[in-house]
Design a protein around this ligand. Structure first.
Ligand code: AMP
Ligand code: MG
Length: 340
């Protein structure tokens, strides 16, 4: 009898331990937040609320696949990508993935809408100025003879060029597109409260782990500062995408000490030199915010603010160099979230 009681006790304890182990393994993770390298930078992702570990693994797997997809289509830094194949091609049409064709179509829409301030055919110029994957020793004047978004065409799922020397660079829109793809993966898994950020371009949706709108820091555009070391402003965001273009992270210094940035004015073939140190754009998608931020940087603040007047769906914050050498000056469109 005593043995039996002992045995039952042992069984109950074993069952309790097993249940505890199962509970620990399947216990949901609260507000998971992680980072991963992608597109030559880092992605940061946060989901608000509890997520079961197995589900989290599935989401992370799907995000990896989506980012690899974008990379395989749009990276000019690898030879075996769709964009590199197109760049090597002559004038015959090159079939590409439907997603890739859609991004090029959107890039051309923004080229038309910005009167060519955004231009995805600047790659040989980007190379010439030392910011691209290859070298190009031709003069900007010579290169300008074969660049220009009007020489690039998308038909169905194929790209073609009027000049065999034309090359594509989607760096000014692909990161934003990558953020949108990751956000789609998260939405498709049923999540409504999350933040996705890749190298400063982001989508903030729903609420943060404290149940409030996301608070996003906009950096002070000073080259010597580490990432996020000094914030210029904090914006509260929900259901918005934001992208920033600036001259303070990727630039080169001339012998006289002046800087030139990686953003090219497609009309002059030279690095855009405007009053803007950084411009942050809010839009419905990160792909749009990304393309527009680059274009506004090229325009300079006067023209950019005028251009934005007829586009109330876009909001922007301009951080401008002070001509008198003092603190930065900020200008913003109505609707840009007030400082928090
Ligand atoms: P972003 O950081 O989004 O402004 O993108 C800048 C990158 O896009 C550069 O490093 C170039 O590879 C490319 N780029 C430079 N100038 C332009 C331009 N005017 N239009 C489109 N892409 C550009
Ligand atoms: Mg951009």
């Amino acid at each position: 009898m005593k043995n039996r009681t002992l045995f039952i006790r042992w069984m109950v304890t074993a069952a309790a331990l097993a249940a505890a182990a199962v509970f620990l393994i399947s216990r949901p993770e609260r507000d998971p937040s992680w980072e991963q390298p992608t597109m030559g930078t880092t992605a940061h992702i946060t989901l608000s609320g509890p997520v079961h570990k197995k589900r989290l693994k599935q989401i992370q797997f799907a995000i990896d696949a989506a980012l690899e997809d974008v990379n395989r289509q749009m990276s000019t830094w690898q030879d075996d990508t769709e964009i590199s194949e197109f760049n090597r091609a002559k004038t015959a049409a090159v079939p590409v993935s439907p997603d890739f064709a859609a991004v090029v179509r959107r890039a051309l829409d923004w080229s038309a809408a910005t009167d060519g301030a955004f231009d995805p055919t600047v790659k040989p110029l980007v190379d010439h100025w030392g910011f691209g994957p290859q070298a190009n020793s031709q003069t900007p004047e010579k290169i300008l003879q074969f660049t220009g978004w009007k020489k690039l065409h998308v038909k169905n799922h194929a790209l073609s060029k009027d000049d065999p020397r034309l090359q594509l660079d989607l760096s000014a829109i692909a990161k934003g597109y990558g953020v949108d793809r990751v956000a789609d993966v998260i939405r498709n898994h049923g999540f409504r409260n999350f933040l996705v950020e890749i190298g400063g371009e982001l989508v903030a949706e729903g609420t943060n782990p404290s149940g409030e709108h996301w608070r996003v820091g906009i950096e002070s555009p000073e080259p010597d500062r580490a990432f996020g070391e000094r914030l210029f402003r904090v914006a509260e965001l929900s259901g918005k995408a934001m992208a920033t273009s600036g001259d303070y992270r990727r630039f080169r210094t001339r012998e006289d000490g002046t800087r030139y940035s990686h953003i090219i004015n497609p009309k002059t073939g030279r690095p855009a030199e405007t009053d803007i140190a950084a411009v942050s754009v809010l839009a419905d998608s990160c792909m749009n915010a990304d393309a527009v931020a680059t274009a506004l940087f090229v325009m300079g603040s006067e023209k950019a603010l005028q251009w934005l007047e007829s586009r109330p769906e876009l909001q922007a914050l301009f951080i401008l160099h002070n001509p008198n050498g003092g603190d930065f000056i900020s200008r913003l469109t109505p609707g840009f979230p007030s400082d928090q």
